[in-house]
Design a protein around this ligand. Structure first.
Ligand SMILES: *Cc1c(COP(=O)(O)O)cnc(C)c1O
Length: 349
């Protein structure tokens, strides 16, 4: 007898990070180009000096801080080891074998993986023609087995966002026992006022949770910390399935220091969204189709030319994220990085 893992886990695709090749301009993983602010780096160094101690297990200080910022009771906020970990905890907390998790496709590639790990069944609803969520089709795809719906807003990897009215109509149709998770990892880059703040919905619906992260706008992808605002019973269950101490002490300290420096970080986001618009305009001028983007990346629906484009970029020492057969996601970097991308894109035939 050969040792064998669970058959469904054996068959699971590996979570593929963007694949930033060494020495290239890194536009594959939706990171921000700037390192931590000095005040944040100092907090990390101070926490590192205490690394012989376990982190605070309940993440109490950071949770309380976030709750005050969001204007919610502490029992409605959970912190996780990155929001991708919270996605997995949500499936574990909500689903039993055979339950369904509904999401758009293409969307965040962690959704099918965490669904399978949790023993649930993934139901994918194709994006609409403009690369946006088809919320009407998603509402129609809810069955008595549906327990959880992920709505990634703005959507990774297409950058498109659903507007207030359509989300409102969708939420009105979802049965109250189905949890809708608004994954807002890129919320800080949204510039269209018609794109709602999911927290407004979480405040009035008992079946809505919002995911946010320190990985993107707050520039702490390497430390792994994200949070959820949701219904108290869901928060409670999500905390129960969290791996003990998985939100490490450097992450807890850095997140608090980043909240102290929030104003400065939001200024950085404005620079990135300005670069996003400039880069998009450049790509449109070169003849590319580029959907309106509300995050820190752009989507190029290149279909069969995806792999060829990605190789061309790599030949120009630029790493981008390929979804073969479908398209390419390019992160908005610093000005010179985006210029390099635009130049390379102009010479792709
Ligand atoms: C990057 C991202 C996350 C957050 O990841 P972390 O685990 O917090 O680093 C969550 N959702 C989506 C859609 C993302 O793109």
């Amino acid at each position: 007898m050969v040792i064998r893992p669970r058959a469904d886990i054996d068959a699971l695709p590996r979570y593929a990070a963007g694949g930033n090749a060494g020495g290239t301009i890194r536009l594959a993983d939706n990171e921000v180009p700037d390192g931590p602010l000095p005040s944040v780096a100092k907090a990390i160094a101070e926490a590192a000096a205490q690394a012989n101690r376990y982190p605070e297990i309940g993440v109490t200080a950071l949770t309380g801080r976030l709750a005050r910022k969001l204007g919610l009771p502490g029992e409605r906020v959970a912190v996780g080891c990155g929001s991708v970990s919270l996605c997995q905890q949500l499936v574990q907390a909500m689903c039993q074998a055979g339950d369904e998790v509904l999401f758009a496709w293409r969307s965040f590639e962690a959704y099918p993986i965490v669904t399978r790990i949790g023993g649930a069944k993934a139901v994918r609803v194709p994006l609409g023609p403009a690369h946006t969520h088809d919320l009407i089709a998603m509402a129609a795809a809810i069955t008595p087995r549906t327990r959880l719906v992920f709505v990634c807003n703005p959507n990774n990897p297409t950058g498109t966002a659903v507007r207030r009215e359509e989300l409102s109509r969708f939420l009105a149709e979802v049965p109250p026992h189905v949890l809708v998770v608004l994954d807002e990892a890129y919320r800080e880059f949204v510039t269209d006022p018609a794109v709602p703040d999911g927290l407004d919905f979480a405040r009035i619906h008992d079946n809505v949770a919002v995911l946010r992260t320190f990985s993107k706008a707050y520039g702490l992808a390497g430390l792994r910390v994200g949070y959820m605002a949701g219904p108290a019973p869901v928060v409670d269950a999500v905390c129960k399935v969290r791996i003990p101490f998985s939100v490490n002490s450097l992450a807890q300290a850095a997140a608090q220091a980043a909240l102290d420096a929030e104003d400065e970080l939001i200024v950085r986001c404005a620079a990135i969204t300005a670069e996003r618009e400039r880069t998009r305009a450049g790509l449109l001028a070169s003849g590319y189709e580029v959907p309106d983007a509300q995050a820190n990346f752009l989507w190029l629906p290149l279909g069969d030319r995806t792999t060829k484009f990605t190789e061309h970029m790599l030949a120009n020492e630029i790493s981008v994220r390929a979804f073969p057969g479908d398209g390419v996601r390019v992160t908005v970097g610093g000005r010179q990085e985006n210029d390099a991308l635009l130049e390379a894109a102009r010479t792709f035939h």
